[in-house]
Design a protein around this ligand. Sequence first.
Ligand code: AHR
Length: 705
Amino acid sequence: MGIFDRFSRVYLYPGAGKFQARFGFGVAGICWLLYGCASNAPVAEVVPAPDTTITVRAGTTGKPISPELFGIFFEDINYAADGGLYAELVQNRSFEYSSKDRKEWQALTAWELVQRGDGHGSVTVEKGAPRYAGNPILAFLNGAETSIHPNNPHYAVLAVTTGGAGVGLANAGFDGIALKAGDEYDVSLFARQLVGSGGPVTVRLEGKNGALLGETVLPNPTGIWTKYSATIEAMATADDARLVVLTQGEGRLALDMISLFPHKTFRNRPNGLRADLAQVIADLNPKFVRFPGGCLVHGDGLDNMYRWKDTIGPLEQRREQRNLWGYHQSVGLGYFEYFQFAEDIGATPLPVVAAGVCCQNSGAWITGKWGEGQEGLPEQVMPAYIQDVLDLVEYANGPVTSTWGARRAAAGHPEPFNLKYLGVGNEDRITPAFNERFAMIYNAVKEKHPEITVIGTVGPFPDGEDYDKGWKIADQLKLPLVDEHGYKPPQWYWDNLERFDKYDRSRSKVYLGEWAAHDEERRTTLRSALAEAAYMTALERNADHVVMASYAPLLAKRGHTQWNPDLIYFTNTDVVPTVNYYMQQLFSVNSGDTYLPARVEGVKHAEKFAFSSVRDSGSGDLILKVVNAAASAKSLRIELPGVGGMASTAVKTVLGGGDPMDVNDFDQPQRFLPDTSTLAVGPAFDYEAPPYSLTIIRIQGTGKK
Ligand code: AHR
């Protein structure tokens, strides 16, 4: 170890080493520089020198950086899933919204009765579970008014007394429906003619004032729930369209699962993801995807826990539920889709399951009793709960001949998803109820699936009671990895750059599962992003022990945000990556696999400066990262003793500059963008780091293995 292995703030005259070697009185030289007092100093040697000298031990073996250091954490918060990444354009497609989701919501939220011409009718939402769910042969035995599946009990019934020019329903989408001229949209719905002979069902895309933007006609529904599908081409671009479903057939028509998807989804997956948003996430080059939460996982009360089995299989059979962030989870983006997304972007899946307890803040919005709402699943249901957790591993990795592997194969993925990690618990209060349940789950997974790395939790904060108690259990159970969280002001990150240097390497490794610098008004300022960049240099230095990290939260939809700051903001048509996003991206694509020690001389203690040097063995590139969060430029002398054959120019990427309190926003989405150019380099070269900036210097050919 020693000083070369840590970021050092040694306050020395940059040339002191050479000076001392030649003249033998380096201290006087330092004194001269600092105080101008060394009247006997050899004046001839004094030339304008860079503020800071960085000496990278480029020829050393260095220490390994975890290959999964930078990843993402996806949680359905801020409309990240429904109305966001999940490409479904119809809101409340299954009529399952209720006042449990949000006080003012009900089963017809986002829907409106439409009566065209002389058409006359009404709409109600009915509820009734079928006895012969999923059995098309026996389906006709179900009573006249039963739903498609017990998990999906509500459906709309149009009672049409006069067909006129059509009676039906219009859906407003999530803040309107965005359409692009010439693009195709896949429409589908379940229908059942309950009374009367009915008629064909027309599906229209309509713009403002009912302007027709596309149309299709579906066959006359039968007396059995049947799925009807078609594709509509949009005739014009619009950002506030509606979907309208109409019938002229008199009688009673039941409708459910009314859906509209862009045909072009990310990687063209059916039931897929919004291509532009998914691509921006993929561009982060995340090495892992943690999902589906966050607090969403342990839930607001035991009945709100996220249960993975409710989120797989045919959409009409999934069990929807309240989202504790104040809206609804259609779970159309469910476990299969999460696994598939991770695979599509080349990331390791990292699902998190509840540790058999619900969130300690359960009910607190009503009771005001924050931190006191944790409850444990009753002892008698724990075996079934643990079996669910084991089944998840089988769903991800089991052979197609296994029960859950067969379910994965039926969804179109016979190959395993290569699950390696499983998070158990999220920021839970570490109580006896938690300890007992966590240990039961951990021991069961360890015994049945020793190949899976279980990740424990050490509370919501980077210190305090739950942190200490969480670490105690981690020590007792010898957990391989724990999930640490922390949201702190930018200065905290600067003050804690050496936090992980002090972690005992014999204890559990660390996954920094949720973190972000929270600036004033929780804005995504350049100042916050620079603090994060500095912290990431410390993560790289400690990436033998802090093996994974993910900024949180990832996504936020304008007008539907419960939590700021977030990494990416979006509307139905626009995506705004924050400056913090680009910081994460630059570290992720330049993370390297070997940390190279460096000596940094000439940085004052309180200065906001950070540096890291890594090597990427695959390409042989040496990658230097310089964070200068000061108001003035910093001139650097960079020395690379021991460097192998190297190119004379490097790729230089600079992010930042400008007002540190500025942000990327919808008005100026590109205020801060990485700027790439070339830089002349050599075994020793000078570089001036601009104020308020991150610079990445990527030097080719320094020793490809
Ligand atoms: O990232 C937002 C929330 O912060 C997560 O749901 C929770 O784990 C944490 O408190």
